[in-house]
Ligand binder design. Structure first.
Ligand SMILES: O=C1C[C@@](O)(C(=O)O)C[C@@H](O)[C@@H]1O
Length: 296
């Protein structure tokens, strides 16, 4: 099955799927992004939740509640005794907050996803939370990462796929994969190397393909034209041996060619940015430039 078929995307002229990352943070507006989306019309949006979700973590949310309570206290002209009593009450409130957090967390995640789906007007969405260790912004612990993705998958929105980091320990990874499969969402197992192009890139893809994932993604840094070719050749040699569709990327300036030509070697998706939005990885072209390259 092709990746287009797996993600239920309409087929086009044999070109790979163009996915644009949505990297909006808590103070960014969705409107301009949504408008550009309509104009530049890629196939898929990858919601990079790591740009926003940490702002709604347990620690951050509690801090807000606490600051609110402390502010209120500061406004009142109370005796030292009353103040001490009220501070103790804030401590008690923390226990209650902690007990209620799992439900609040689910609600917050649901609202965040609702905002994404309601703002971008019907484009298919991939759910990704990229941790800092894999080149993203996300600082959640492995357990928080797992909880976030599982909650997001159960939030009731029709993601076309979910990205799961291969570097995550197996038990946690399996939890996300099980949740995804329960709700019928294909899993992209992904691995990034931001330093180099491993010589054994084919072997890495083959090893990853043994996992119960539906799509395999490998993104590695290119330090030379030779590296880029190595990644492309690794893709070509792996593609006939693995049952899952592949997405491979040679990152960085020198890897740009892989984003344009990778589909000739078996990579079925390429990531590009909307004009005037920030890249989510080095070397990404704009959608317009990519399409232009294909027309030349
Ligand atoms: O894994 C990938 C590929 C990517 O790193 C790239 O190089 O285009 C961009 C990321 O947003 C995405 O999650």
């Amino acid at each position: 099955m092709t990746l287009r078929e797996l993600l239920h995307l309409p087929s086009t002229n044999g070109k790979p799927i163009i996915t644009v990352p949505l990297t909006l943070g808590p103070s960014d507006k969705f409107g301009p992004f949504a408008q550009k989306l309509q104009q530049q019309n890629p196939d898929v949006v990858e919601w990079r939740a790591d740009y926003i979700a940490d702002n709604f973590s347990q620690a951050v949310m509690w801090q807000q509640v606490k600051l609110g309570a402390q502010d209120e206290l500061a406004q009142k002209n109370v005796s030292v005794m009353t103040e001490a009593k009220m501070l103790a009450e804030i401590d008690n409130a923390k226990q209650e907050f902690t007990a209620n957090w799992p439900v609040m967390n689910q609600q917050i995640i649901k609202e965040l996803i609702g905002t994404v789906f309601n703002s971008i007007g019907g484009f298919p969405v991939i759910l990704t939370y990229r941790t800092t260790s894999q080149g993203g912004q996300g600082e959640m612990s492995p357990v928080e990462y797992t909880t976030f993705l599982v909650n997001a998958l159960y939030a009731g929105y029709p993601f076309v796929a979910v990205d799961v980091e291969y570097a995550l320990e197996e038990l946690l990874r399996q939890k996300i994969i099980d949740a995804a499969h329960e709700v019928g969402v294909p899993v992209i197992l992904s691995y990034h190397d931001f330093n180099m192009t491993p010589k054994n890139s084919t072997a890495i893809i083959l090893e990853m393909s043994k996992q119960p994932a539906d799509i395999i993604k490998l993104a590695v840094m290119s330090q030379s034209e030779k590296d880029t070719q190595l990644l492309l050749d690794a893709t070509k040699s792996a593609v006939t041996s693995v049952s899952q569709p592949l997405i491979t990327i040679s990152m960085g300036e020198l890897g740009k060619r892989s984003r344009i030509e990778g589909y000739h070697y078996g990579s079925e998706m390429t990531f590009a940015v909307l004009d005037g939005t920030r890249v989510s990885a080095p070397g990404q072209l704009t959608v317009n430039d990519l399409v232009q390259e294909w027309q030349e």
